[in-house]
Design a protein around this ligand. Structure first.
Ligand SMILES: [Mg+2]
Length: 447
């Protein structure tokens, strides 16, 4: 039996997550802003229809958003990451192999029955995602990853496809491939698209049929592979076990420039705490770390500085990493500089299954297990009762420079106090609100 490759992709994922947790937003235009409430990074279908473009700075669009009664939200990454995990585990139950490709995209392989369409399967999956998570998805099917990507685009683009398109079982696949501009083909960057256009290759069909030798000369085996994928030959296997991370970074822009070393120390401490948590979650330890800071790149006195340290013993113990990172702050700080951003990079990562002992840093197994147990307990408490329940004093109590998120929705799936509560009243349709919202004025809605 032939195999089909499927790409499942969440529609307007961030905006859809916001809508799925707050029924009052369904059918209303919603936009989500980037860090520090900077730019528009996601739009619901309704906001898209109003013509709000991706990447527009919030301060420029603000008035127009208000005029159109658009709901504006700060990025709620805790919510999106949790919804993504829920979506992926649901998909795992409905496919044979699943490659999680991004926060809202996954590839999978399916057996393609000889005389049957895969559309009923796709319709059931779509309905299930909508029912269980309130998330709309698009499903693209083809013989390869590249075909599945294009099919997904067609599933979204053409309203009467109802979110599903099968390039392996459709009338006139040629016509559909011709409808996709070269710039929109998966793996074709801006430069390569320009090169193609100069040769008259303006759409996916023409790329598929252009002389292979010419494409190979320009972009080697990668280009050749893409062309074969477009012809329906599956060359790119599913990546079922993602490679372990080489580096882990935590960085943020400040809500206001900082000019004092204590603030910078607190910021770096916060990022180290977060990075250490990430390392433990990834079951890795860092062998080295780098801290950095910079001013805004748009000022004439641009300044940036980094400092690194190698650890005697690779570690994911927050205290050990803080002890290594904090002294580095002296090396990157300069007075009278308006620092706009800082970050921490964990490097030389290795799995927790190996730990090389160090002659000069004696640590018994018992000491080691005790520290590991402590970190596990801290992580568990913070997961259960919310981030910052157990905190290191170095991070400061109420930093004033933290990221601006003035329009943040609730952590409705990850924080106990924010769990939505359904009120039923026989005379009225059910209303959903969070426990928190019962005690305070509602914060949602942009007016
Ligand atoms: Mg998407």
């Amino acid at each position: 039996m032939a195999q089909a490759t499927v790409l499942i992709d969440g529609n307007n994922f961030y905006a859809s997550c916001e809508q799925s947790l707050d029924p009052a937003l369904i059918g209303r235009p919603v936009v989500v802003l980037s860090n520090n409430d900077g730019c528009i990074v996601a739009r619901s279908a309704e906001a898209r229809a109003l013509g709000f473009a991706m990447g527009t700075p919030y301060f420029k669009a603000r008035r127009e958003l208000e005029q159109h009664n658009v709901v504006v939200r700060s990025s709620n990454y805790a919510l999106y990451a949790d919804m993504s995990q829920r979506m992926m585990s649901l998909l795992e139950a409905h496919t044979e192999n699943l490659e999680v490709y991004s926060i809202d995209e996954a590839f999978a392989k399916l057996h393609r029955p000889t005389h049957e369409s895969l559309r009923p399967w796709a319709m059931r999956l779509r309905a299930r995602l909508k029912q269980d998570l309130g998330l709309p998805i698009a499903i693209g099917l083809g013989a390869s990853k590249a075909q599945a990507k294009l099919a997904n685009r067609l599933a979204k683009q053409i309203p009467n496809h109802a979110g599903i398109f099968d390039l392996g079982q459709c009338d006139q696949p040629e016509r559909w491939l011709e409808s996709i501009a070269i710039e929109d083909v998966w793996g074709i960057g801006r430069k390569l698209a320009h090169w193609c256009r100069l040769r008259g290759v303006t759409n996916a069909r023409l790329l598929r049929d252009m002389p292979s030798g010419e494409l190979k000369m320009k972009c080697g085996v990668v280009g050749l592979r893409l062309q074969r994928e477009l012809r329906g030959e599956a060359c790119l296997p599913l990546d079922l076990t993602p490679a372990p991370k080489q580096e882990t970074c935590v960085s943020r822009s400040f809500s206001r420039p900082i000019t004092n070393i204590d603030d910078l120390r607190q910021a770096i401490a916060n990022y180290v705490v977060r990075a250490a948590e990430k390392l433990r979650k990834q079951q890795q330890r860092a062998g080295a770390l780098t801290v950095y800071t910079r001013t805004s790149p748009f000022i004439s006195t641009f300044y940036s500085q980094t400092a690194s340290i190698r650890l005697d013993l690779p570690s994911n113990d927050t205290s050990v990493l803080l002890k290594a990172a904090i002294p580095l702050v002296e090396h990157i700080f300069r007075p009278n500089r308006d620092l706009a951003k800082a970050g921490v990079l964990m490097q030389n990562l290795q799995g927790t299954d190996i730990l090389q002992a160090h002659l000069m840093v004696p640590m018994t197994d018992a000491q080691h297990h005790k520290r590991e147990g402590l970190m596990q307990t801290v992580d568990q408490l913070n997961r259960r009762y919310g981030n910052g329940t157990i905190q290191w004093a170095a991070t400061g109590l109420k930093p004033s420079w933290t990221m601006r998120r003035e329009r943040l929705s609730r952590a409705a799936t990850t924080r106990l106090s924010d769990i939505p509560v359904v009120h039923t009243d026989q005379r009225r349709p059910p209303a959903i609100q969070s426990r928190q919202a019962q005690h305070s004025a509602p914060t949602e809605g942009s007016g």
